[in-house]
Unconditional design. Structure first.
Length: 309
């Protein structure tokens, strides 16, 4: 459900941003607004980013091979990390540069046909709203009762947080661009257009840094969530298993969790019973946490030694 849901959100965002980018560039050519130019580049970056996310999903679907025995699931993390870098470099830094230049030369360049920019920005808001609504709908079942911030921090599926933050930034950026153009129309001073552009650059920079931190953590390798870890321990510590001596987990991809644990078996248990206990424990783990697809259990005789991490 996560992969399909994220793909629907990505396609919706890709479709919306491609149309928005064309409209904004036309608006920039007509009006000369730096806010419109910054938003145009922002939409081009977003469109490219959705393409990267789809490419990452396609690469992650490849089967495991000798060189990558655990598969290619982390490709989705890598391309999401690249997306964050694109937002920072192509989106944030470009907008900051354009905004500063417009503020410095505000009196040399006015706006032509500013109502064209206003109309295009309002249309872009409607399209971005559609994209955001799709990402919101697909993310809500995965979010559960957690806050949206905790969902972004804890989810192991990278695409939905990327699209959600991109669309949120796009909607806020459109409001800032509309404010810059509107104040320029009211005051006749193009410095407001430059200020709006700088604000867009700062906004994109904040979003990019959040995504860089989160995707870097996923790329290095995150373990099971607290709730998943407790479910794993409960599943392991049952029939034929006295306790878990220690356990380590790591996500090999958004839907594939590696579980490695040393489990204590009662003293005197014969080999056949040990094998049966391991098989039963693996079945309980997969039932409790379906993402646990790679499981390694090492049996040990319970000597009453305190668990170690």
């Amino acid at each position: 459900m996560s992969a399909e849901g994220s793909k629907r959100a990505i396609v919706a965002a890709l479709t919306a941003n491609a149309g928005i980018a064309v409209a904004k560039f036309v608006g920039f050519l007509i009006t000369g607004s730096s806010s419109m130019l910054a938003e145009s580049v922002h939409s081009v970056a977003d469109t490219s980013n959705q393409g990267l996310l789809l490419f990452g999903q396609n690469r992650a679907a490849r089967k495991a091979d000798r060189l990558h025995p655990f598969g290619y699931g982390r490709s989705r993390y890598f391309y999401s990390f690249v997306v964050a870098l694109v937002i920072f470099s192509l989106g944030s830094l470009f907008a900051l540069y354009e905004g500063v230049e417009k503020i410095r030369h505000a009196h040399d360049h006015g706006l032509e046909s500013p109502m064209v920019a206003v109309i295009i920005l309002l249309i872009a808001m409607a399209l971005e709203g559609y994209s955001f609504a799709t990402a919101y709908r697909e993310s809500k079942p995965l979010k559960g009762n957690a806050s949206w911030w905790r969902f972004i921090r804890n989810t192991r599926s990278p695409e939905l947080p990327v699209v959600l933050l991109e669309d949120t930034g796009a909607l806020i950026g459109l409001v800032l661009a509309l404010g810059g153009v509107g104040l320029t129309m009211l005051t006749g001073d193009a410095i407001w257009d430059g200020i709006g552009t700088v604000c867009i650059g700062v906004l994109l920079g904040v979003i990019a840094i959040i995504l860089i931190v989160e995707m870097q953590s996923l790329l290095i390798g995150e373990g099971a969530t607290d709730a998943e870890e407790q479910a794993l321990l409960r599943a392991l510590e049952s029939d034929g298993v006295d306790r878990v001596i220690h356990m380590k987990t790591q996500y090999l991809g958004p839907e594939e969790l590696l579980v490695a644990a040393k489990i204590a078996i009662p003293a005197g248990t014969d080999v056949t019973a040990v094998a049966a206990a391991i098989d039963a424990a693996e079945a309980r783990v997969r039932s409790a946490v379906p993402q646990a697809r790679v499981i390694y259990l090492e049996p040990d005789i319970d000597r009453g030694v305190a668990p170690t991490s």
